[in-house]
Design a protein. Sequence first.
Length: 109
Amino acid sequence: MNSLTDSELSEPYMQRIEGYSLMQMNDIKSALNTFQSSINTAETEDDLEAYWNIGRIYLLNENYDSTQFYLNKIVSSNKKSKYIKPARKLRSELRWQTFIQKWFGWLLN
């Protein structure tokens, strides 16, 4: 069995674990606050995970501007992360959806 390193037991790491738990319990507001407080002042690769989860929370609440903001933070980061590719894809889908709604929304009403 592998033991956790000191960096894995850091406060931001534990906050992200708590954020996942809160999301599972559907306590979205607390999860959002927990993920936001886990972000370091000097951006790290782990912060991109927090940005991804914050973006997902905003997406679930249909707050697309805030979703785009956090997706942009991931995509524009110079850190390597497994979240960059899915963030690019989701950002592109949201841009297309926004375009369709703006230009053809009157057809849906």
